[in-house]
Design a protein around this ligand. Structure first.
Ligand code: PLP
Length: 421
């Protein structure tokens, strides 16, 4: 039996009148999902970009079990626990040098909210009247109010527009038009009222897997530094290997002032996020005056089981050949994309690290295009979980995916082009 209209659940990004049935999944292993009706589905988008090493990596599962046996949850103000302390120390050591403090939360959206609040708190505590947020056109940072405000305005948030704060949009650095982006950023920073520039490094995910170069990222960071605008790297999707390196910022050789990590932090097993920042941002809140504290919390901040899962994830990064697996996946993606680059049925065939994307040439484009759900249904019928963004098909698999499994994905994409383009 699969959940249908009889289910009380209101699912994310779902128009229930059009999509009545959700697929009931009973098990996950590696890159695969198993359904209640006996099907196997290849998870080619890592269950919304979170699963890195594969579903149910044994070390992560074991760490979760062990921690659940010891301490399940703890108030995190005035109390602490070893998994959170150890994870914090290890994250400080492995993230770009200079991100010396971190704040725990539980989703990518909240990590961005925290980043924005850190930036505004920093300037307020320093007595500088800066509160404007700058953000890249087509960006996506989550669905809470601050994250939505910072992200692109679209059908996703049109109903909530009256609640969203005004943000200065910097044009996306299209290939060949990067200078326009840098000029716009320079102009926005020069006004003196900007607190922070929030940016997805190297690739804008939900905006359509839009890729730009490390050189532009480096230049954007330089401009912010020159004007004391805090540079916030939203690595919620890019973090933990997706772009080929542990963090996307590494490829530009930059250290952000604030960085957000979530999804792959626990290998995708449990919800946990961190917002990391430079010492000066923490220091601006450090005072005997309680009014200068950082006012943010959530009940499950630094949940011990989630922290234990994240520690197991870091162990996997340190002791297994994750980088080798990622390098092989990058090469496999590149190889399979090659045949589409010459196809006139696809446009903008692109890859950044382990992520591949291509746009099916159809008249119908944009998120609401019916082609998106039609493609999704077609892929599921072929035993594949792909969830195109309108006519943009992307492949973002866990790093354990095998060559023949990827072949099946690309064969189905070819077939989809025969059918839909
Ligand atoms: C770049 C980026 N930031 C933030 C988010 C929001 O993360 P979450 O869905 O965990 O709230 C996402 C989610 O896809 C994302 O891709």
């Amino acid at each position: 039996m699969s959940p249908s209209d009889s289910s009380p659940i209101w699912r994310p990004f779902t128009q229930h009148a059009l999509q009545k049935d959700a697929i009931l999944v009973t098990r996950g292993e590696g890159a695969w999902l198993e359904t209640a009706d006996g099907r196997r589905i290849l998870d080619a988008i890592s269950s919304w970009w979170v699963i890195t090493h594969g579903h149910r990596h044994p070390r992560i599962v074991q760490a979760i079990k062990d921690q659940a046996d010891r301490l399940d949850q703890l108030i995190f103000a005035g109390f602490t626990h070893e998994p959170a302390e150890s994870l914090a120390r290890r994250l400080v050591a492995m993230t770009p040098a200079g991100l010396d403090h971190l704040f725990y939360s539980d989703s990518g959206s909240t990590s961005v909210e925290v980043a924005i609040k850190m930036a505004l708190g920093f300037f307020r505590n320093r007595g500088e009247p800066r509160a404007r947020v700058l953000a890249l056109e087509h960006g996506y940072h989550g669905d809470t109010i601050g994250a939505m405000s910072t992200g692109a305005r679209s059908v996703f948030n049109a109903a909530y527009e009256p609640l969203l704060f005004d943000v200065t949009r910097i044009p996306f650095p299209r290939a060949g038009a990067e200078q326009a982006t840098l000029d716009a950023l320079e102009a926005a920073c020069s006004k003196g009222d900007a607190a922070a520039f929030v940016v997805e490094p190297l690739v804008l995910g939900a905006g359509g897997m839009l890729v730009y170069g490390a050189e532009t990222l480096r230049e954007m960071r330089r401009i912010c530094a020159a004007h004391d605008v805090l540079f916030v790297a939203d690595e919620v999707m890019t973090g933990f290997g997706r772009t080929g390196t542990l963090f996307a910022c590494e490829q530009a050789g930059i250290v952000p002032d604030i960085a957000c990590y979530a999804k792959g932090l626990t290998g995708g097993s449990l919800p946990l996020a961190v917002t990391m920042c430079k010492a000066e941002i923490f220091d601006a809140h450090y005072s005997t005056d309680r009014a200068r504290a950082f006012f943010h919390s959530s009940s499950f901040t630094a949940n011990p089981i989630a922290c234990a899962a994240a520690l197991a994830n870091l162990d996997i990064w340190e002791s297994e050949d994750v980088r080798g697996r990622i390098a092989r996946l990058c090469a496999m993606q590149e190889e399979r994309l090659a045949r589409f680059a010459r196809s006139n049925r696809f446009a903008d065939v692109r890859r950044i690290g382990t992520i591949a994307a291509l746009d099916l040439r159809v008249n119908d484009s944009g998120y609401l295009a019916t082609i998106g759900p039609a493609l999704h249904d077609f892929f599921v019928s072929r035993g594949l979980l792909l969830r195109p963004l309108g006519n943009t098909i992307y492949v973002l698999p866990p790093y354990c995916v095998e060559a023949n499994e990827l072949d099946a994905v690309y064969d189905a994409i070819e077939e989809a082009a025969d059918r839909f383009a």
